[in-house]
Design a protein around this ligand. Structure first.
Ligand SMILES: [Cu+2]
Length: 645
């Protein structure tokens, strides 16, 4: 540093980052292997967070990325919401939050977890109450056709309870949820891109699911001390029926998941090769692995009956352990050794490589797709020969995005940086070319990035425009709002040689992974088709109360600014079902129904039908009112529910 002033602010920035490193990562750094290549040479931190906002970027520069009032964003960003259990839709580059999609969580605006229809999707106990109220969404990935997004579905996992959900992209609503048997800690998920055998199936039909925590396979409380027998499971779910097709037993645990462009392989990075149950055991080995699943072979094995079932589950489980797969020519799984405790595996848009990062190793391991296939053919001596590059890129490398121009962008959790590295240069360097410089740029982010991803970077249409860094700590980047800070999603322009930080977006905890999709690939509907709902009340004249013993059904419509019934009467102790159809056909004309003291609150979109069921256990007058502002007389839009004593 020539300039004393700059050097001071630089120090201040580094000081803050160091604080985060030590405070947030106590213990983790213990296992970090030394990085020989100190990122000093190319590490000119362009925005090393001085005490104030990013002064490094002039307002005019940042203004280029502004979306003016009335203008629409160029991209959608679909994001998981972590332990909020939901997903979110943002616009980019503006960072505007458009929608929260309830998935595994309850949502009292939508009525998710309140209406009969949503409870059926979420899953209930025999008494009709919800089986779970919590969720932890981690990864969200849409269905594919011809190697790019087809706009049909998005799939998102629940880490806590081992569930996979599907979101319809035409309505952006969750339509199916499946719970995986034998799985705890379902960390990563990825749809396939085509069938491994049938060339006509060039679209998603399977969704792969990486189970993280190893558990006793018959988890019945009788074998809890036999920790050596704990196992993790990799699962395959049918994208249409959402039923679990098959599962694979593995050594160690699965983490993130990726799929190949030719449909032949799915992969997961694996840590805890040691099968440890305590922290220190999980990082004792110097190498872990990236696992590649041979989909065609697994499905042949299932067909041939070479599987077991466990713990009351009927899903076929094949053996993917090392012990059960000694001959590559018949192996179901290939274990490619990679740096210690990796986190993250991503396929390059050209379909040739997988980048698997070290987390506790300062390296990213580049594995060549064709060489893994060669291993399965018995033509590689050692699975490690599938590795074609292993550049040292910095500390705590996690997730990698690609720009479609031969560059990779990896988040460095410990260094609080995004590192841009060139794939071909990394391969040359690995072959011994001393002139090859894999790392081409670095950018400081604020602070501690987890996931990072490029626009369309997980499709063959990677456009190299933006990288979004979902950081785990925001600390001083936003106005303080109490102990829970927002996270920072930082938008980076990657279209030039140097990465450019162009926006800080505050996001509610805690996005784990997101995708950036051009707006033309998303085609939503604004009005439902009333015929999609078998229980629809299609005319206001059909509004009525029907009684069968103690079961009462209230048929109700909404049409601004009235409900189809001014009042309805039930008796104390009745089991009441209210079916509400919104007859309004106007775009954006959503109504709601809230009933005080009965804990009922949900919305109905144009031409949509929803229902709720409850016991009328409190006599009296209850004003059922519209919650969703709909009309100048919105406040007058209410009816009386009369519960006779
Ligand atoms: Cu209304």
């Amino acid at each position: 540093m020539n300039d004393k002033k700059a050097s001071q602010s630089e120090l201040a920035g580094i000081g803050r980052r160091k604080f985060l490193n030590t405070a947030a990562l106590a213990g983790l750094t213990v296992g970090v292997a030394a990085c020989n290549d100190k990122p000093a040479a190319s590490a000119a931190p362009s925005a090393a967070a001085p005490a104030a906002a990013p002064a490094a970027h002039a307002a005019s520069e940042v203004g280029k990325y502004e979306v003016a009032p009335g203008q629409l964003d160029e991209y959608y960003s679909f994001s998981s919401g972590g332990h909020s259990g939901e997903c979110r839709i943002y616009g980019l580059p503006s960072g505007r939050l458009f929608k929260r999609i309830p998935v595994f969580n309850m949502d009292c605006l939508v009525g998710w977890g309140v209406t009969n229809e949503s409870k059926k999707i979420l899953g209930t106990k025999p008494d009709g109450s919800l089986k779970y109220h919590t969720g932890d969404t981690h990864h969200i990935h849409p269905s594919y056709k011809d190697g790019t997004y087809d706009g049909r579905y998005m799939f998102v996992n629940d880490k806590i309870h081992g569930r996979l959900a599907r979101i319809r992209m035409d309505t952006m609503e969750t339509d199916k949820i499946v719970e995986l048997p034998l799985v705890q800690g379902f960390h990563g998920t990825f749809p396939d891109k085509r069938d491994p055998v049938d060339p006509a199936i060039n679209y998603t039909t399977r969704v792969f699911c990486g189970g993280e925590f190893a558990i006793p396979l018959d988890n019945n409380g009788k074998n809890m001390d036999a920790t050596a027998d704990y196992r993790s499971i990799f699962s395959c779910v049918d994208a249409e029926s959402m039923e679990v097709r098959w599962q694979v037993l593995v050594d160690g645990n699965c983490d993130l998941v990726a799929s190949s462009y030719d449909g032949k392989l799915a992969c997961t990075n694996q840590y805890n090769t040691e099968n440890g149950v305590h922290y220190e055991d999980m990082m004792s080995a110097e190498m872990d692995a990236c696992l590649f699943f041979n989909i065609a072979r697994i499905e042949e094995a299932v067909k041939a009956g070479k599987f077991k079932t466990y713990g009351g589950s009927k899903v076929p489980v094949v053996d993917g352990t090392k012990a059960g797969n000694s001959d590559p020519k018949t192996s179901l799984v290939c274990y490619v050794p990679v740096g210690k405790n990796p986190h993250g595996v991503n396929a390059s848009p050209d379909g040739k490589y997988y980048a698997c990062s070290g987390k506790l190793s300062p390296t990213a391991t580049l594995i060549e797709h064709d060489l893994v296939l060669k291993w399965f053919d018995g033509d590689l001596k050692d699975a490690r020969e599938a590795v074609v590059a292993e550049p040292e890129i910095g500390l705590g490398p996690l997730h990698t995005g690609f720009d479609g121009r031969g560059n990779a962008y990896t988040t460095l959790f410990l260094d609080s940086q995004i590192v841009k590295w060139n794939v071909e240069a990394a391969i040359k360097s690995y072959k011994g070319d001393k002139t090859a410089q894999p790392v081409v740029d670095r950018l400081d982010v604020m602070y501690q990035p987890g996931h990072g991803f490029t626009s369309m970077g997980e499709t063959k249409d990677a456009d190299g425009k933006y990288f979004l860094s979902d950081n785990k700590f925001s600390k001083d980047r936003f106005l303080p709002v109490g102990p829970l800070h927002p996270e920072t999603a930082q938008l980076i322009d990657i279209s030039g040689d140097k990465m450019k930080l162009v926006a800080d977006h505050a996001v509610y905890s805690e996005p784990h992974d997101s995708i950036i999709v051009p707006r033309n690939l998303v085609r939503t509907r604004q009005v439902y088709d009333i015929d999609e709902f078998p229980n629809a009340v299609k005319d206001a004249k059909d509004c009525r109360v029907e009684r069968k013993g103690k079961k009462v059904t209230v048929y109700l419509t909404s049409q601004a600014p009235t409900f189809g019934l001014r009042e309805w009467t039930v008796k104390r102790g009745d089991e009441v079902t209210i079916i509400l159809t919104n007859l309004d056909k106007v775009e954006d004309l959503t109504h709601g129904l809230a009933i005080p003291k009965y804990d009922i609150n949900f919305i109905v979109n144009p031409q949509e039908t929803k229902s709720v069921t409850f016991i009328a256990d409190k006599p009296g007058v209850y004003w059922a009112y519209c919650t969703n502002f709909c009309h100048a007389l919105h406040l007058e839009m209410r009816s009386r529910m009369l519960v006779e004593a």
